[in-house]
Design a protein around this ligand. Structure first.
Ligand SMILES: [Fe+2]
Length: 181
């Protein structure tokens, strides 16, 4: 069965484009690619993992003071994971995503960082773990991963490549019984 909502549909939506400018398109694409790899390795739904990864930072607010990013203000007041979860959920529902999938993706975004949560251990589901791992895998010192650049064409090409791999994976899964006949 074809997916109703592809990564390309999510990625090219004006809302995604607007909010991903803040945290960096290059970072979002790279994290989606890591999420795909981890999803395959740990047997997690690659469709959900890559969508959550692509959208994990859409909740960022711009913490500028006098034209410069204010790290202290950010650290003190940031709720980008909460905002991102809600924003991503609203967008996904709007573009026709399955309700259950939209919820799973939103919760994975909510839990991709614990920087705003009270201390203690949460027991994360594999999908949630993978999205957090993928984000960490692309992290650079001093938040430099948010400033990496990529051309529009390259970004779209990499998103389409992921869509293709996910589609092939789902096709193989739905036809896997054939191999045993
Ligand atoms: Fe991130």
């Amino acid at each position: 069965m074809m997916r109703k909502v592809t990564l390309e549909t999510v990625f090219t939506h004006p809302i995604t484009q607007k909010y991903l400018q803040r945290s960096g398109i290059a970072h979002a694409v790279a994290v989606a690619e890591y999420a795909y790899i981890f999803a395959k390795r740990f047997d997690v739904d690659a469709n959900l993992a890559t969508k959550a990864a692509l959208l994990h930072d859409v909740g960022h607010y711009t913490w500028y003071r006098d034209g410069k990013w204010d790290f202290d203000l950010y650290k003190e007041n940031d709720i980008h994971a909460i905002k991102g979860a809600a924003r991503a959920h609203k967008l996904l529902i709007r573009i026709g995503e399955d309700r259950h999938a939209a919820k799973e993706i939103a919760v994975a975004i909510l839990l991709h960082t614990d920087s705003y949560l009270p201390s203690g251990q949460l027991e994360l589901k594999p999908l949630q773990k993978i999205v957090a791992m993928a984000d960490e895998a692309d992290e650079e010192q001093g938040g430099n991963h948010h400033y990496k650049r990529i051309s529009k064409e390259d970004a779209l090409e990499r998103i389409r490549a992921l869509d293709k791999m996910i589609a092939v994976g789902e096709f193989n899964q739905s036809n896997s019984h054939v191999a045993f006949m």
